[in-house]
Design a protein around this ligand. Structure first.
Ligand SMILES: [Zn+2]
Length: 259
């Protein structure tokens, strides 16, 4: 399996990262995508990916919740990281829009997202997109670049059938499905098989957040992506092997992560 979205560089894992990675390998996790969130995190993302080469894959970007008044200056400093020696980013991310907590920097978020969408086109690197309470605004921006975008992941998808369909109009994009799908009240086990084909899904944990059942409330870790795989296999009524093969193939195609 591949955990396409995991903040393994976070301080939550500083103490025991080797054990966390060992458990991930043991559980059958073959690769981990590690998204950057701000300038400081790029160094931890890159160093963790250099510590586990061909296993942890870096993504570079400015997270919408980290977009402040100085976003232009920050993006100017982030951009050169894509060209840095020895760093092979697999995506621009995580980037997007988040109006759930605050709209204080709404305009800045829109502008910073669009700028990073342009990077995706320019560098032909896929997008790892975070979107909360802002799908209309996000879709409007993506539409302007629809034909030029190489693809990407709508990370932590939790929407309904209409929202899924709207996102799937971007044909080189896939939905990232994580722990929420295992929650008792989640409608994802019905929504996804109804409208999302097997070739449009990837797995993720978003660790240390969003731990799946039966680990809900604990610190999440990449090994737990196995619970998401199991849940999705049940929902689609396919074997876990089939779900694993499909999602791995989607990762290869969209994120260029081969296992
Ligand atoms: Zn994230």
């Amino acid at each position: 399996m591949i955990d396409t979205h995991c903040h393994i560089d976070g301080e939550e894992f500083v103490e025991d990262i080797d054990e966390v990675i060992a458990r991930a390998r043991e559980a059958g996790v073959q690769a981990i995508g590690v998204p950057g969130i701000n300038l400081q995190s790029l160094d931890t993302v890159i160093s963790v990916c250099q510590r586990y080469p061909d296993y942890c894959y870096p993504m570079l970007g400015l997270h919408p919740e980290d977009v402040k008044a100085d976003w232009q200056e920050v993006l100017k400093q982030i951009k050169p990281y894509f060209q840095q020696d020895g760093v092979k980013p697999v995506a621009v991310g995580e980037v997007g829009l988040d109006f759930y907590w605050s709209r204080e920097f709404e305009q800045e978020q829109l502008l910073a997202f669009e700028e990073q969408v342009k990077w995706s086109v320019e560098l032909q690197l896929p997008l790892m997109i975070h979107c909360r309470k802002a799908q209309n605004e996000m879709v409007a921006i993506l539409k302007r670049y629809k034909d030029q975008l190489p693809g990407g992941v709508f990370h932590c998808f939790t929407g309904n059938e209409l929202e899924a369909k709207e996102l799937l109009q971007f044909d080189r994009f896939v939905l990232g499905i994580g722990g929420v799908s295992t929650f008792k009240k989640s409608h994802l086990p019905e929504v996804l098989p109804a409208v999302v084909p097997l070739d449009r899904l990837v797995l993720e944990t978003d660790a240390p957040y969003m731990a799946p059942v039966p680990k809900r409330g604990e610190r999440n870790e990449p090994a737990f992506v196995a619970y998401v795989l199991k849940k999705l296999a049940e929902a689609y009524q396919v074997s876990e092997e089939e779900m694993e093969t499909a999602t791995n193939e989607n990762c290869r195609r969209v994120l260029n992560i081969k296992v």
